[in-house]
Design a protein around this ligand. Structure first.
Ligand code: BTN
Length: 275
């Protein structure tokens, strides 16, 4: 049995990829909170994982459903990134790669700012939090929650349409094996960031389905409106148009509108997402 606070294991590392050090916990309030608390003593690239979270955190003060043994709950400490947006896209692309490799026939996509969806359902959420010292931001912790073996009935209780690898395929997945694969993918995308943030951004934007679409936007003040997304800036702002008026949003939530996908005109692999 693993003992809290866990065992350290180096699972990748060479001249090209940043080294990822895995810290496996059985149970924790939140892997993000734990990584934040121990940030100073952790080396760059520490990945804190837990079999369950008792107080999993989501965006905008929400909770993240974190029952034991069935999902990935992981937080990566990145000390060479000071920009939470770039940390988020590092995490999103790594999670997207993992999901696409497991179920290549499914159409996973990133929805600004940080969710991964399949069909109309959310399968992965990402929460980046900055660590600050007296000199300012000295790193970012990116938390990744991926629904792996959650059953359809459990997903129904989440409060929003949600999917897991199991609900999509009927197959059971080895969570620990997938965690190792996620660690490899994180090392890869962290390296892409370090060598070429522009390349990382371009790949993220390519996998982001909101551009050019009509979306419902709830801004940080809770105001709802329908806007057309013109672009996403390199700083992660959503650039929108509404009655000829151009605006920029750096946080909020979007929902894809049915009208964005006229019948017969479906995005990649023939699916669409509505809410
Ligand atoms: C969201 O979509 O609202 C973000 C969810 C992020 C959940 C993950 S699970 C691992 C890490 N620890 C947390 O407490 N939250 C993140």
């Amino acid at each position: 049995m693993k003992m809290f606070p866990g065992n350290l294991q180096k699972i990748s590392g060479n001249m090209i990829l940043p080294e990822i050090t895995l810290l496996e916990l059985e149970s924790v309030d939140s892997t993000n909170a734990y990584a934040k608390q121990h940030f100073e003593s952790f080396v760059d690239g520490t990945l804190v994982t837990a079999e369950m979270q008792t107080d999993g955190r989501g965006r905008l003060g929400r909770n993240w459903f974190s029952p034991p043994g069935v999902n990935i709950y992981a937080s990566l400490v990145m000390k060479q990134i000071a920009n939470p947006f770039y940390a988020t896209i590092t995490g999103s692309l790594a999670a997207l790669k993992l999901l696409q490799e497991q179920l290549p026939r499914e159409s996973f996509f990133i929805k600004w700012p940080n969710d991964i969806y399949v069909e109309r359902k959310k399968i992965c959420g990402i929460l980046s939090e900055c660590h600050t010292s007296r000199s300012g931001i000295d790193g970012v912790i990116t938390g990744i929650g991926i629904n792996i073996n959650l059953e359809t009935e459990e997903l129904a209780g989440i409060g929003q349409p949600a999917a897991s690898l199991k609900s999509l395929s009927g197959k059971f997945f080895d969570v620990r094996k997938l965690t190792f694969l996620l660690a490899d993918a994180l090392a890869e995308y962290y390296a892409v960031y370090l060598h070429s943030p522009e390349k990382l951004f371009a790949e993220w934007k390519e996998n982001n389905f909101v551009i050019g679409k009509l979306v419902g936007l709830v801004d940080s003040n809770g105001n709802r409106k329908s806007v057309k997304v013109l672009d996403i800036s390199e700083t992660g702002e959503l650039i929108t148009e509404e009655n000829g008026c151009i605006s920029r949003f750096n946080c909020g939530d979007v929902t894809l509108m049915k009208e964005s996908f006229p019948e017969g005109v479906l995005p990649r692999n023939g699916f669409f997402s509505i809410k």
